[in-house]
Design a protein around this ligand. Structure first.
Ligand code: AHG
Ligand code: MN
Ligand code: MN
Ligand code: MN
Length: 334
């Protein structure tokens, strides 16, 4: 009989990797997993429940919020509030960072940055969506967390993960010692270890980019797309193009099969579209831990200076050799 290892059991076993940890990070991951299960329940019945469609509000990035964006945001924040290990939350859906001020979080050390629902435009059409989270330790000792606590570089993350609500629901996370994936078994309501020690292939044949914006891509990106499309038996080209509109879904596929995901600067998004703190940095941490590479076309994502809460960045992320090739082509025009 196959022995099942739940996320809870796995986290407790791994606590030994952190000799000074008192279980706070483990409890934080547990709280995030609880919220993920609640969001999963709603995503699963989205066609039946009154939860599809627009919330009628606009977030700080000027995007129309979906009802599920708002719902997922509330669920993660409320799980982090009641868990007691998180002092501050940065969310795509909130203009400012949220300080959690209540009895049990007086000693809370951790800051969580979240994209509660990634790819939310997919929800109305039953295509995969996700959640992205990043965890770091506050720098100040007490009082309210400061902007300096919140604007930490990607290399300072202590953990990061994503949840994919797809044909099955998975939670994938890293604490800087490799990447592990857990599939939700709905019959027991537990995330169970299904993808231990995940590694992204060094090479791949999938490229994921919104080619609708081709005319406005930088020349280096255009050159890389052409490279992907040219026939060459030795390197398995032309590559296959796959793009869902959810970074989580596109990167999860590319992590398993090998591939590159690119969201470059465009005319509409001159600094890139994706947000550094709660989209690019956590995904870069996970992909690097799985043996891949993440860059803004020139520099390592995890080393970019963070100056704003909702700062954006271009991103080239995935299989190491594919990202290197794209960087080479970017360099031709710099
Ligand atoms: P979100 O739904 O959290 O706002 O993120 C959407 C992001 C990302 O997941 C996806 O890859 C990208 O936006 C899609 O943007 P385009 O429609 O411009 O391709
Ligand atoms: Mn959004
Ligand atoms: Mn997103
Ligand atoms: Mn989102």
């Amino acid at each position: 009989m196959k022995v099942v290892k739940t996320l809870g059991q796995f986290i407790i076993e791994k606590q030994a990797d952190f000799p000074y940890a008192k279980g706070e990070l483990s409890r934080l991951l547990r709280d995030i997993a609880i919220a993920a299960k609640i969001v999963n329940r709603e995503v699963n019945k989205a066609g039946l429940a009154d939860i599809i469609g627009d919330a009628g509000s606009i977030n700080v990035q000027g995007e129309g919020q979906k009802l599920l964006d708002v719902y997922a945001n509330e669920q993660f924040i409320s799980a982090l509030k009641s868990g007691g290990e998180c002092c501050t939350v940065v969310s795509e859906e909130n203009d400012e960072y949220i300080y959690i001020d209540h009895e049990i979080s007086k000693n809370a050390k951790y800051i969580v940055a979240i994209d509660p629902l990634d790819g939310s435009s997919n929800i109305d059409v039953n295509v995969g969506v996700g959640t992205i989270f990043s965890i770091f330790r506050r720098k100040s000792q007490n009082g309210k967390a400061t902007m300096e606590d919140v604007l930490q570089t990607g290399t300072e993350q202590v953990a990061a993960g994503y949840v994919i609500y797809g044909s099955s629901t998975m939670l994938v996370y890293t604490t800087g010692k490799g990447v592990n994936g857990f599939t939700l078994d709905p019959s027991i309501g537990e995330f169970c270890l299904s993808h231990p020690n995940m590694k992204i292939p060094k090479d791949g044949i999938i490229y994921s980019i919104n080619e609708g914006y081709y005319a406005h891509f930088p020349d280096g990106v255009k050159k890389y797309i052409k490279f992907c499309q040219v026939e060459d038996d030795k390197t398995n080209r032309p590559y296959t193009s796959r793009y869902t509109g959810s970074m989580v879904a596109d990167l999860h596929r590319n992590m398993i099969k090998g591939g590159i995901f690119i969201y470059p600067i465009t005319a509409k998004s001159p600094k890139g579209k994706l947000r550094l703190i709660y989209e690019c940095n956590p995904m870069a941490f996970i992909i690097e831990q799985a043996g891949g590479k993440a860059s803004d076309g020139y520099n390592r994502i995890l080393e970019l200076e963070v100056t704003e809460l909702h700062q954006r960045s271009a991103i080239f992320i995935g299989s190491e050799n594919m990202v290197k090739k794209a960087e080479e082509m970017m360099a031709c025009f710099s």
